[in-house]
Design a protein around this ligand. Structure first.
Ligand SMILES: [Zn+2]
Length: 260
């Protein structure tokens, strides 16, 4: 039951993130009305604004002007809902017997907020090849504050930030900014303060494995060429989410491959 409620809540957050991504790109403020069709400006009714469902109910078109909506909308809504459920199950592994405490709830809120920020980074870098400082900095402050409050070793956070940021700063220096941008350095630092040492290493490793696999698949299917730009922030955001949820399990599994 609670899992279903969390899924619905996550779907609405996903719908909100779509609006955030749109407004960040247009550099508009939130004060203007947002429940309008982006093409014809017609006011949308509650039935048109149901996350995930409306896309199918309207068959992917605006009811008023018939312009097709981007598949980004239902996809972001669905995956935000899914990730919100996975985060909930990470904090409360037995959803029928959740032991709520102030610490647990703070941890849940923190992880939900950071997951939302990473979803925005994922989509935005994928669409526009840009990692937004307006998302990275607040998320960094939040991650440091909550992690310290929850009793995380400050040194492990510092090592995480140095490794995450340093790894990309080094590549930036070697390539004189050709391989990666400054946004990757700041995203690396954010990963470090979310995950800390040693999980930052796992996240970087996963990002490179995913990045190489998906690039090869895209090149094989001729969707991209070797010299094409790859939105690496997308892979970093995904690997951070995976490590947040499954870091310890993945590290145990990885070592078990070498120890017989
Ligand atoms: Zn319309």
């Amino acid at each position: 039951m609670i899992v279903a409620l969390v899924f619905i809540f996550g779907a609405f957050i996903g719908s909100f993130l779509n609006v955030v991504i749109f407004l960040l790109h247009r550099q508009e403020s939130f004060i203007k009305g947002t429940s309008k069709c982006l093409f014809c400006g017609h006011r949308l009714m509650p039935l048109d604004l149901m996350p995930i469902l409306s896309y199918f109910y309207l068959r992917g078109h605006c009811r008023y002007c018939r312009q097709p909506f981007s598949k980004q909308y239902p996809l972001v809504e669905f995956f935000t809902a899914l990730i919100f459920v996975l985060v909930y199950l990470h904090v409360f592994p037995d959803p029928n017997n959740s032991l709520f405490s102030a610490k647990n709830i703070l941890y849940l809120m923190d992880y939900w907020a950071l997951a939302a920020a990473l979803i925005v980074v994922f989509v935005y870098d994928f669409k526009y090849y840009l990692i937004l400082d307006t998302v990275i900095w607040p998320a960094t402050v939040l991650a440091i504050t909550v992690n310290l409050f929850l009793g995380y070793n400050p040194l492990h956070l510092l090592y995480g930030a140095i490794i995450g940021g340093g790894f990309f700063a080094l590549q930036f220096a070697i390539s004189r900014g050709r391989w990666i941008g400054g946004g990757d350095i700041r995203l690396g630092m954010l990963m470090g303060v979310i995950l800390g040492w040693p999980y930052i290493l796992a996240a970087l490793f996963i990002a490179y494995v995913l990045g190489s696999l998906i690039s090869v698949i895209l090149i094989l299917y001729r969707k991209k060429a070797w010299h094409d730009k790859i939105p690496f922030g997308t892979f970093l955001a995904l690997s951070t989410l995976i490590t947040m949820l499954y870091g310890p399990a993945l590290i145990t599994w990885y070592w078990s491959l070498f120890i017989f």
